[in-house]
Design a protein around this ligand. Sequence first.
Ligand SMILES: [Fe+2]
Length: 186
Amino acid sequence: MNDYCFDLNLPVAHPLVDSGILTCNNEDEPVSWFCDHKDVSLEFTTFLDRLGLTMTYPILIFYTPAGQDIPIHIDGVVISDRVVMNWCVGGIDSQMQWYSLKDNNITEAKITTAGTPYTRYESEQVDLVHTQQIKWPSMVQIGIPHRITNYGPEKRWVLSCDISLKSNPEAGLTRAQAQEIFKPWM
Ligand SMILES: [Fe+2]
């Protein structure tokens, strides 16, 4: 057990109605986009609902071509404690890496192709602290600097599910909350 990532064995197949929406794969650069609420499976939302949970927003899909990476960043503009449920499709040999900041210097805030804010870091600003493969699914910390490498032969998609308590539906989950809620499937 580490602070950055833990795998789950959930009693749901996957969170999509139809995996055919992953065919947008002609891009030769990393790209991300939100799917629609109607693309999220009822099986998955029902499972969350029974746990007192809801999707904060529809699934965010991250596509990374074979042989490429997603540079070091945080999702958002401040360091935080927020975990999301990521389901990895393809991308054999891909890895997620987490970093500590040498200083708490905020660098340049940018916007992803999905319209979400992120903050980039250069390798000189961080130290590598952990590396792990993302599974089906894994709960991953996105509030600290992280990076994806997809240097194997396969294209990679991640179905990224930001989940919140129904009682606080925009807050996301902290690592401790997620560990408590999903303990039966760890
Ligand atoms: Fe990220």
